[in-house]
Design a protein around this ligand. Structure first.
Ligand code: ADP
Length: 580
């Protein structure tokens, strides 16, 4: 049960309320046990003693008791429900924060649908278990033990009859409980797989539509969800059997009880009231026994869900903050790569060393797959080098406080991702507490203010999911405004390969120049104009630096840069314009 131990910590803040709720629950269950005794006295008062006053008194008792029981039940239902929701909410928040802290490696290995399914389905199963299992266990234990004690006291011979029901039920519980657990795990897995398809389609809807692959995706989804249906039916075959089986057994025992008990009443060995009470207790006992069997399977199900969620919660964030993190003030922004080696699996960066002085611009060029993006990922500490180091102002970036370090560095990505939300929210992502004037100033510098204010709702315009309502050039300028607002010392530009129309292009170039001024800049470069202006060009091939220097030197060297340049592989669009 170590799984349940893990989630108990979420209940700790609510200990007092829970104790109170358990108390109410215990009282409710105890009252349940008293009811048949009242029925016994009633029957005896009416049939055997024919006593009016006694009957009236008993009726009043009954009303008071039922009222009390309802009050207790409402209280414990509410408290348990409330704490259950609260715990699940805390659990989901922790899960979310944890997911965000995990390394990129984790996201490469997992599919989004799978993570979503853990967050929704598995946590719901856990919530259900958190609320129902302890409540049911306590209630049914009190009921079972109490009822057993009372019937033993009332009539031990009849009790023996009831005990006959136990062995077949226990066998049933073991055999079917296990199978139910297996089927329900398969069902959860299969639903998760169907969610994966859904997520993939939603996030790539344009590709799906443009290739007219809706029927294909529908089949893919149908296949997964139909298998889920089959697993659900497998599960149903067992669970549908369950209720009637218990009911059947109960009726069987009841028939025996009535028959044998009837003889006892006729022989005067027992009173009619006692037989009725006994009969009610027998029914009361059948309840917990049935519930225990069902609880056993629910517990198994919840254990599986907890295991699946903890598989993720126990994944350590690979990139951790160092033990004594250094926070740098007033950094200059000089960067050194020192004999860096790195591989996702196989080594893809080999012995890369270079220096970038504060405020300089370095252009990374090279054929696709040369390792340009990987160097950038290392700079952001999405991954750490296998050996060698990256220094900022002479400090190994692994010794720096991650948050402090990342506040000094901003990314303007090639595929400018905007979050669904307003233009304002998108720019403010660079500095959440910026004022309106700071915001507008940044937008002006990014040549974005004008087009933003020209839109009907201005800064409050909602941009579609991933910014689809804006043109490519507009999206880039919003991303530039975001970076300007962040005001980092180091800037990373992943230059777009596709060319934009001339006006857009020059607006962006202008904005970029404002952005790059006085900042150390890394550019994964495709445009010749940018490459020409760089203080240093690093030419990468197969993860190694093969050449570095400025444009003229590299052209004279007649190496890879020269051939990329002459084969028009650096910037096909611009080269055509230049007539090369
Ligand atoms: P570039 O940005 O120059 O096109 P990358 O840095 O993306 O090159 O890739 C360098 C090498 O690393 C390539 O061989 C690529 O296949 C490999 N690579 C890139 N990303 C991953 C990844 N997430 N997992 C495994 N290999 C990768």
């Amino acid at each position: 049960m170590k799984e349940f131990h893990k989630i108990l910590k979420y209940a700790r803040p609510y200990t007092k309320s829970l104790i109170f709720a358990f108390l109410c629950l215990a009282l409710t269950s105890l009252i349940n046990l008293v009811l048949p005794l009242i029925v016994r006295n009633m029957i005896n008062a009416v049939i055997v003693l024919k006593n009016n006053e006694m009957l009236d008194g008993l009726a009043w008792d009954l009303i008071i008791i039922i009222g009390l029981q309802a009050a207790f039940a409402v209280t414990h239902n509410y408290i348990f429900g409330f704490v259950g929701h609260r715990m699940t909410t805390d659990f989901r928040i922790e899960f979310f924060s944890h997911i965000q802290s995990l390394s990129l490696r984790f996201f490469q290995e997992r599919r989004v649908g799978e993570i979503l399914s853990r967050m929704s389905n598995d946590i719901s199963v856990i919530q259900n278990a958190l609320v129902t299992i302890p409540v049911a266990l306590l209630r049914q234990s009190i009921t079972l033990l109490g009822a057993m004690a009372i019937i033993l006291y009332l009539n031990w011979k009849l009790t023996g009859l009831i005990l006959l029901i136990l062995p077949p039920l226990m066998i049933f519980a073991r055999v079917f409980g296990r199978r139910l657990k297996v089927f329900s795990e398969k069902l959860q897995d299969q639903v998760a797989q169907a969610l994966v398809v859904l997520e993939e389609v939603v996030s790539s809807i344009k590709i799906v539509k443009s290739f007219v692959r809706e029927p294909y995706e529908r089949d893919r989804f149908q296949e997964k969800i139909e298998t889920a249906f089959e697993r659900a039916v497998d599960k149903l075959k067992i669970s549908a059997f369950f209720g009637p089986f218990i009911l059947g057994l109960t009726f069987l025992v009841s028939a025996l009880l009535i028959w044998y008990g009837g003889y006892q009443v006729m022989q005067g060995a027992t009173t009619p009231g006692e037989l009725a009470a006994f009969f009610l207790y027998a029914l009361i006992i059948a309840g917990p026994i049935g519930t225990f069997v069902r609880l056993y399977t629910q517990i198994q199900e919840a254990r599986g869900a907890i295991q699946r969620v903890y598989e993720i919660l126990d994944t350590e964030p690979i990139i951790q903050n160092p033990e004594n993190p250094v926070s740098l003030e007033n950094i200059t922004g000089s960067i050194q790569f020192k004999n860096v080696f790195f591989g996702y699996q196989d080594t893809v960066i080999h012995d890369v060393s270079f220096d970038v002085l504060s405020g300089q611009t370095v252009a990374l060029v090279g054929p696709s797959g040369a390792g340009k993006s990987t160097l950038i990922k290392l700079l952001f500490r999405f991954f750490d080098p296998n050996s060698g180091a990256i220094h900022l102002d002479g400090h190994d970036i692994r010794t720096l406080d991650r948050k402090n370090f990342l506040s000094q560095i901003a990314l303007v990505p090639q595929e400018t991702l905007l979050f669904g939300g307003t233009v304002r929210e998108n720019i403010l992502y660079g500095k959440l507490d910026a004022t309106q004037s700071e915001l507008e100033e940044a937008a002006q510098k990014a040549n974005a203010h004008e087009f933003i204010t020209n839109m009907e709702k201005g800064y409050d315009t909602i941009v579609g999911e991933k910014g689809t309502k804006l043109s490519g050039g507009e999206r880039q300028r919003i991303a530039i405004a975001r970076a300007i607002l962040k005001d980092p010392k180091i800037l990373v530009l992943d230059e777009a390969t596709s060319s934009l129309d001339n006006r857009s292009e020059s607006l962006i170039q202008e904005a970029l120049e404002t952005l790059m001024a006085h900042r150390t800049t890394f550019i994964v470069a495709h445009r010749l104009s940018t490459i020409h202006k760089a203080n240093q060009i690093i030419v990468l091939d197969k993860g190694r630096i093969v050449e570095s220097g400025q444009h003229e030197d590299l052209m004279n060297h007649k190496g890879l840069y020269h051939s990329l340049y002459t084969m028009k592989m650096l910037d096909p669009a611009a080269q055509e314009e230049l007539g090369l």
